[in-house]
Design a protein around this ligand. Structure first.
Ligand SMILES: Cc1cc2nc3c(=O)[nH]c(=O)nc-3n(C[C@H](O)[C@H](O)[C@H](O)COP(=O)(O)O)c2cc1C
Length: 455
């Protein structure tokens, strides 16, 4: 039977994607210790998750009023540890759990990213994944020595080159290149190690690469572009796609379109697994879960929302009155996460105000198709409906707070999914590609893809 994929959405910081989560009475406060991440890793492995992945942002969200004081005061993503370093502490206490981190194509060099993730893959015996993002806002640009963030589609053009270089490096050592033949003084076969000599419009990288092949061939590539250009990029490179489908009907259409886009890019669509974002609020019974949800809703305040909107849309929301509408020109100019802007625009509200933005995007966290509230049967029923439609191959599980939301999910929902035969009772392989059903043969066809597809 087709098996569901489960991805844990992790943040190396004080809150989850639910910005107010640090205020939750059960949220742990030892965020800056290895024990915190190791505990989460153990919970996820006990729940047989495919992978835990950290998102990233290269700046504190201080776009609002051009200052960080509200951000720090309200604890809105005001800290962000380096994700790969946190993953290594999690790797030390797990054997199977896949480990993913987000790294930007806009602010690092391909050689650096290729080396970092290939090393992570070796050190975890084939459990690593790279979430490829192009970054979102000007604050990230300023931290990384630039004046302004690159224009949206140009970021993706550059990211195409970035991936060509990274994957080229990853593929530049043959599996059997290293022999360590001490008697005959042959460390590795010179003809099995190549230079990529990549020269693009935006980037170049020569090689030879300095990290050999890994047990799963190379790290898994994750992508989550939501715009038209982003989806085209995902179709070309993504092996694991994160989507935030608004509801199951949208999910069905988008899922099928994404698989077709992968096919059109010359890939086997089955080598691209799509996980849709969901926030479970799980308990022993539906009414207990409803009570939990009501309690979460009290945690968030308006300032949380305004800080986050400013960050995501690369626009200072303090410059607008709460009931002052955005003109069409202003909406057009929002350059951050376009999918979020489009969601507000497509809601039908003409000249949406900051209050409209807050209402429409807040719904995304706890009150619309992303949130599944209930006892084991309620949540498993809903997940199965999405999975079998199909509107996804699995889920990115976003926690309302950490580590409690994962503990609840593993305690209440995972056994129910296992009982129904749609989710593994145990890991059957050791690498992340094994868990995701992305066999190494898929790498061969992908190499052909990046050699031949032009942007
Ligand atoms: C589950 C999920 C996780 C994401 N994680 C990140 C992240 O860590 N950093 C980031 O900049 N964007 C993240 N994104 C956003 C997208 O990857 C993408 O950068 C954003 O949507 C902007 O591109 P777009 O205009 O093509 O949508 C995430 C999206 C989803 C659905």
């Amino acid at each position: 039977m087709r098996q569901m994929k489960l991805v844990a959405f992790l943040q190396a910081q004080n809150c989850t994607t639910l910005p107010s989560s640090w205020r939750h009475p059960d949220a742990r406060i030892d965020t800056y210790s290895p024990e915190y991440y190791q505990h989460i890793a153990r919970v996820l492995e006990q729940g047989k998750f495919d992978i835990g992945f950290f998102d990233d942002r290269l700046a504190m969200p201080d776009m609002y009023a051009g200052d960080h004081s509200e951000t720090v005061k309200n604890g809105i993503r005001c800290t962000k540890l380096d994700a790969v370093t946190c993953l290594m502490s999690m790797a030390a206490v797990t054997k199977h759990l896949g480990l993913g981190a987000t790294y930007s194509t806009t602010y690092y060099e391909p050689f650096h990213v290729a080396r970092l993730f290939q090393t992570l893959d070796l050190m975890t015996k084939g459990r690593a994944a790279w979430n490829v993002v192009t970054s979102v806002n000007d604050n990230e640009a300023r931290n990384m020595g630039r004046e302004a963030h690159l224009e949206h589609d140009t970021r993706y053009d550059r990211a195409d080159e970035f991936c060509e270089a990274v994957l080229g490096h990853w593929d530049s050592w043959d599996d059997d290149a290293i022999v360590v033949d001490k008697e005959n003084n042959l460390y590795a076969h010179p003809d099995k190690v190549r230079k990529i000599d990549f020269k693009g419009k935006y980037l170049s990288s020569r090689g030879p690469f300095t990290v050999p092949r890994t047990p799963q061939g190379r790290p898994v590539v994750i992508q989550a572009g939501g715009s038209t250009r982003g989806k085209r990029f995902a179709a070309r490179w993504g092996e694991l796609i994160f989507a935030g489908y608004r509801n199951i009907d949208v999910g069905k259409l988008e899922y099928s379109a994404a698989k077709k886009a992968a096919e059109a890019a010359g890939r086997n669509p089955d080598h691209m697994k799509i996980a849709s974002l969901m926030y479970p609020i799980a308990a022993a019974t539906k009414s207990e879960a409803e009570d939990k949800k009501a309690a979460y809703e009290l945690l968030s305040n308006d300032m949380d929302q305004l800080l986050l909107l400013s960050e995501a849309l690369n626009f200072d929301f303090s410059t607008k009155g709460m009931d002052e509408g955005f003109t069409e020109e202003e909406l057009e100019g929002l350059q951050g996460m376009q999918a979020m802007r489009d969601r507000v625009v497509s809601s039908g509200v003409k000249n949406p105000t900051p209050r409209d933005f807050m209402r429409i995007t807040r719904r995304g966290l706890l009150s619309d198709g992303h949130t599944m509230v209930g006892g084991p049967k309620d949540i498993a029923d809903e997940m199965e409906e999405w999975f079998h439609s199909p509107a996804c191959d699995g889920f990115v599980v976003g926690p309302t707070h950490q580590p409690g939301a994962f503990e609840d999910f593993v305690k209440f929902v995972v056994p129910e999914l296992q009982k129904r035969g749609v989710f593994r009772k145990d890991y059957s392989g050791s690498t992340l590609r094994d868990h995701l059903g992305l066999d190494r043969a898929a790498i061969g066809s992908w190499k052909t893809n990046y050699d031949t597809v032009s942007t």
